[in-house]
Design a protein around this ligand. Sequence first.
Ligand code: AMP
Length: 299
Amino acid sequence: MPLLVVGSVALDSVETPSETRENLLGGSAVYFSFAASFFTPVRLVGVVGEDWPQEHTKLLESRNIDTAGLAIRPGAKTFFWRGKYHDDMNIRETLQLDLNVMADFDPVLPEPFRRCPFLFLANGSTKIQLRVLDQCTATLAVADTMDHWISTEREELTELLGRIGGLVLNDSEAKLLAEEENVVRAGHRVLEMGPQFVVIKKGEHGAMFFSRHETYVLPAYPTADVVDPTGAGDSFAGGMMGYLAEQGNFEPKTLKEAMAYGILAASFAVEDFSLDRLRKIDRSDLERRMEEYRRMLSF
Ligand code: AMP
């Protein structure tokens, strides 16, 4: 089943302890789409400026990602983000964030996109996420959020949580949202705010799942080769939602498998800059890693 994503489409400059790369293809909706496209056709909604290289659109389209919802604003610049990783690559600093075209991003979904059964609201303004939800009749809507929106749009976030099936966020964000220092209690408290399930991403420690029926944690796939962690969270969400859309349901068993695919998509994404690793692999590489991952977890 098709999967719709609305979110940032960006040019990123990334500094790691060993290398700096400028103006890379990035953005939450881009990483998400790419990871999801291993499983299902993706429809992307976003906005870019006239500095956006056409080759990026071609790359997305070569992956069964429909870019009919990607608006190009003449005379404006694409969202730009510069991030720096410390020697401990878990620590990231945002050095520059130019919203540019994203400053007044207010997406109007193309008519055929409105009936998309699976929807992902990538990290962005909660007000905009609500407006997208108003235009859509998805069976499963899942959202991502971050500390900035939790602090500045809490009221809107409370409304959103009552209207979506799932929320994906990282551990510090879950603690902030729940006002609770224990991550397990935080997960349960966020669940009480409305969604059917909550996924808490814990970086190199994997991801936790919470629903009314079960709570579990899946470890990250142990990769020694972390080149650039940018997009790990979005690739996780893309792998997870892509698999759910492919299966066409979100039963507990499917959700657990989807979490595992999300973890594996993220493990590939961090092995190179931008989409460079994900673009070199196919579904069979994911399946091979899945076999290893399953063996690793059986005892
Ligand atoms: P992740 O590493 O999964 O958190 O995602 C990193 C991607 O998110 C980068 O490609 C950035 O372009 C994008 N990004 C960074 N900050 C924001 C923001 N405030 N809103 C939307 N996207 C962002």
